[in-house]
Ligand binder design. Structure first.
Ligand SMILES: C[S@@+](CC[C@H](N)C(=O)[O-])C[C@H]1O[C@@H](n2cnc3c(N)ncnc32)[C@H](O)[C@@H]1O
Length: 279
């Protein structure tokens, strides 16, 4: 029952979204995220003192200010409206976090995302969609993206929730979707896998769509769990001499980890990329 209600809520939010997206695709108006939703977004992304949180279209700065004040993170808010940037900077001084929370007047499409560990978005669907290739190209595997109200094109979130939030301008309590994505490692391409106790190597030719990975048709019967950042898990079925459950980590042109064979034997595996693929 709970699941049905949740599905209906997401469907209703999606319908509302379709109407709004037709109105204005490129310039999100200023609408602050309700405080309860800010808290939940930062919790879902597990923000901590080691994080660098960037809010694209930062409004009055509440997301970055909360990340700095409550979670000890560093942050940057990027905003096109100079008045809002002035207000956010003043709030950072008032709240004693000006050393960790910065605000800049900037077009969010120009912002460099290379060092960002948590990206927060409350924009419009088309803006999110436009940002997707840059997020995937610049943010590192395992970094997180949180959005409220809207998804990011056809990139399925890793986690989604409905959260009730009180709107600042109207005082109405509204349900909103909150979405979390974990930036996946890029593992598309041709790999050669070797493991303890097996002669030769296994050829894995992988295609990737966001966090979803599968072998190119006809290469092997391996099945992959969705990537969680750089964490890789897959199964190779018998009768392959490489049959087993594999878990490991991808880093650049290498993947390595541990496997459990069908009989229970365990060992180490390592794969090397021979050719890059697209995703
Ligand atoms: C819906 S508000 C979200 C504010 C804040 N992130 C929050 O969640 O409370 C979107 C903000 O994005 C800003 N914005 C829209 N287009 C922008 C652009 N191209 N570059 C920078 N900021 C932009 C708007 O001025 C607005 O303040």
């Amino acid at each position: 029952m709970k699941r049905t209600v949740t599905a209906m809520l997401f469907a209703a939010l999606a319908l509302a979204g379709a109407a709004a997206s037709a109105q204005d695709e490129e310039k999100a108006p200023y609408r602050p995220t309700p405080r309860e939703v800010v808290e939940r977004m930062l919790e879902l992304a597990r923000v901590g003192p080691g994080d660098y949180v960037v809010d694209l279209g930062s409004g009055d700065g509440r997301i970055v200010l909360t990340a700095a004040k409550k979670y000890g993170a560093r942050g940057l808010g990027v905003e096109i409206d100079r008045g809002l940037v002035r207000d956010a900077r003043a709030a950072a001084v008032r709240e004693g976090v000006a050393d960790r929370a910065r605000f800049e007047v900037q077009d969010l499409f120009e912002t460099d995302l290379t060092d960002v560990t948590v990206l927060t978005l409350y924009l419009l669907p088309e803006m999110n969609r436009r940002l997707a290739p840059k997020i995937l190209a610049q943010m590192k595997p395992g970094t997180r993206v949180v959005s409220q109200e809207w998804g990011i094109g056809d990139w399925a979130p890793d986690v989604q929730e409905i959260v009730a939030g009180t709107e600042d301008f109207t005082g109405w309590v509204k349900q909103r979707g909150v979405f979390l994505w974990i930036v996946p490692a890029r593992i598309a391409g041709l790999w050669q896998l070797e493991r303890d106790g097996a002669a030769g190597s296994l050829r894995l030719d992988l295609v990737q769509s966001y966090q979803n990975v599968e072998p190119r048709e006809g290469t092997t019967g391996a099945s992959f769990a969705p990537l969680r950042g750089a964490a890789v898990r897959f199964r190779v079925p018998p009768p392959s001499p490489f049959a087993g459950d594999y878990a490991g980590v991808a880093e650049g042109g290498t993947m390595r980890g541990e496997f459990v064979a069908p009989g229970g034997a365990t060992g180490a595996w390592r794969a090397t990329r021979r050719a890059e693929g697209s995703r």
